[in-house]
Design a protein around this ligand. Structure first.
Ligand code: NOJ
Ligand code: CA
Length: 555
């Protein structure tokens, strides 16, 4: 239970927006987005109506993994700005009633971190035990069969000491040893440092990692071979996913709850099993939010998505809040992955996700249906996927935000070469869509406003936010006491996903043919492509609609 009362659970019914800082807006002409760029365009996020901004890694880093290799947990990467810039961003966000979350990387640090530099200086060094060291296997070679994310051994040999250190990701990302109490103490200090500065919470990288098996047993072969259950054919049951990690989150939750409002812990829970995902909520005393990867990787069909929603809601402990997202910086963007570039499907996806109970998370560009960009090999910047492993590379989903149709996409100054190439900003941009009521962007904004009004925070909580003319939908907006909206799936013909969510009815046609809805649905509150999508009870192909049934409507 939230010690600060239900009002502080601002993410219930809310919307978060992931800013991949390097790709959002460059203010100093070096081709990389920066914190000042987030502040410069913050009114856009306020206009869009989001409640919180999750910033991809902001801490100093050699950038072998673009910030996920942290070399100082208390600083700001000089390329992105300064601590002052971050403070300013938090303050400007607060003025607009938006919160700022940082990305915290507790599973590993950069090998450039002073802890590791000391650790590798010798077995007796003060920080040796901060990392996972092991002797070679009896016949020589790595201590066990664990693999890193590139498919190679997860162990790197240190000639000087004759021992190996563990890296579940790149060799320059050394796994921290969570059996070491000093590591716990160090992270408590890191949490407090940022919470004290007004950071509203963290997205926790590799939340399923942290503790490793004490006996370093071999990972067994994986029965299921998709990327959620298997790492190159092995099931990571000893190299990750240890039960002891739950104690870390209980500890952090106590710290989070000691602030007002309570700070938010949102886990990157990369697991294939919804029961295991739900377990990260503990008894309501661990992570408040968990990313739902089985949903992200589901097929874009009515039965696949609705089944995972039902299973998720059944798996979560009572009162816990589900998270719905479709894209992030590690995977293909959903307008490509689910939509194949067909904008009708992207609109349908946005409508179906935005109307689900809980927290809705957008990745930058989702709101204009940005698609993957085919980045030529010589322009790729992601080491982890550059070898061809890792299903298509991650750079495709990290290209600059498409603000306008100009040669620099409104991302940087004219003539500056961006760190990754632009997508088709002539065809798809914020500037082109913002003034067009029929655009994806306007649909997305209307949906965010609708979810706020129906199952989000009280409208009055935003009165002083200076969002003149934001055109939020409806006047519902009553404080829901932090409760989660009620969801119930409705029966329908094949290809239709229909559900009740509080007082609304949501129906999505996941086929290329019109579907006749078998019940009167009430007035249309939102639709994925204008009023024409529902004509005399017939729902257009690849279209979604939200209606408000009267008391006699489908229940
Ligand atoms: C998950 C992050 O999202 C990804 O970008 C990163 O490479 C790994 N964790 C390692 O930190
Ligand atoms: Ca810059």
């Amino acid at each position: 239970m939230d010690a600060n009362g239900s009002n502080s659970r601002w993410w219930h019914g809310g919307t978060l927006y992931q800013v991949y800082v390097r790709s959002w807006r460059d203010t100093n002409g070096d081709g990389y987005g920066d914190l000042a760029g987030v502040t410069a365009n913050i009114d856009y996020l306020s206009w869009l109506g989001v409640d919180g901004i999750w910033l991809s890694p902001t801490m100093p880093s050699p950038d072998d993994d673009w910030g996920y290799d942290v070399s100082d947990y208390f600083g700001v990467h000089p390329e992105l700005g300064t601590l002052d810039d971050l403070d300013r961003l938090i303050a400007e966000a607060a003025k607009r009633d938006m919160k700022v979350l940082l990305d915290l990387v507790p599973n590993h640090s950069s090998t450039a971190h002073p802890w590791f530099v000391d650790a590798i200086s010798g077995p007796d060094s003060a920080h040796r035990s901060y990392y996972v060291w092991a002797d070679p296997a009896p016949g020589g070679g790595p201590p066990n069969n664990w693999l890193d994310t590139t498919g190679h051994s997860a162990w790197a040999f240190d000639e000087a000491s004759g021992q190996y250190y563990l890296h579940n990701f790149l060799a320059s990302q050394a796994d921290l040893n969570w059996w070491e109490p000093a590591v716990h103490e160090a992270f408590r200090e890191i949490l407090r440092f940022w919470f004290d500065r007004g950071v509203a919470g963290f997205r926790i990288d590799v939340a399923h990692g942290l503790y490793k098996d004490t006996e370093l047993r071999d990972d067994p072969p994986s029965a299921v071979t998709d990327r959620l259950h298997s790492r190159f054919g092995l099931e990571p049951v000893y190299s990750a996913n240890r039960p002891e990690s739950h104690s870390v989150f209980r500890d952090w939750r106590e710290i989070a709850e000691s602030y007002s409002p309570a700070r938010l812990l949102l886990g990157e829970t990369w697991v294939g099993d919804l029961g295991r995902m739900a377990a990260f909520h503990g008894q309501g005393d661990e992570l408040q939010l968990t990313f739902n990867f089985p949903f992200i990787f589901a097929d874009f069909t009515a039965p696949a998505l609705s089944r995972i929603v039902a299973e998720t809601l059944a798996a979560l402990p009572t009162g816990e809040c589900p998270v719905w997202t479709a894209s992030n910086h590690d995977i293909s963007r959903f307008p490509s992955r689910w939509g194949g570039g067909d904008e009708r499907k992207a609109r349908l996806a946005l409508l179906m996700l935005a109307m689900l109970p809980g927290t809705f998370v957008l990745y930058y560009g989702d709101e204009i249906a940005m698609t993957d960009v085919d980045v030529p090999p010589d322009l790729r910047r992601d080491q982890m996927t550059s070898s061809g492993l890792g299903s298509g590379g991650r750079d495709r989903a990290r290209t600059p935000m498409q603000w306008d149709a100009s040669p620099s996409a409104g991302f940087t100054a004219e003539g500056v070469i961006p760190w990754l190439p632009y997508g088709d900003n002539a065809a798809r941009s914020v500037a082109a869509q913002r003034g067009d009521p029929a655009s994806v962007l306007r649909l997305c904004r209307d949906l965010i406003a609708l979810r706020r009004a129906e199952f989000g925070r009280a409208e009055s909580g935003r009165a002083e936010s200076g969002r003149a003319g934001s055109g939020r939908a409806g006047s519902g907006g009553a404080e829901r006491g932090g409760r989660i909206a009620q969801y119930r799936e409705l029966p329908g013909p094949p290809g239709l996903w229909a559900y009740r969510v509080d007082g609304l009815l949501v129906a999505g046609n996941f086929t290329g043919e019109p579907i006749t809805l078998d019940a009167t649905a009430g007035p249309v509150v939102a639709s994925s492509a204008g009023d024409g999508v529902l004509d005399r009870g017939v729902l257009a192909p690849w279209a979604g609609v939200v209606t408000r049934p009267g008391p006699s409507g489908p229940r």
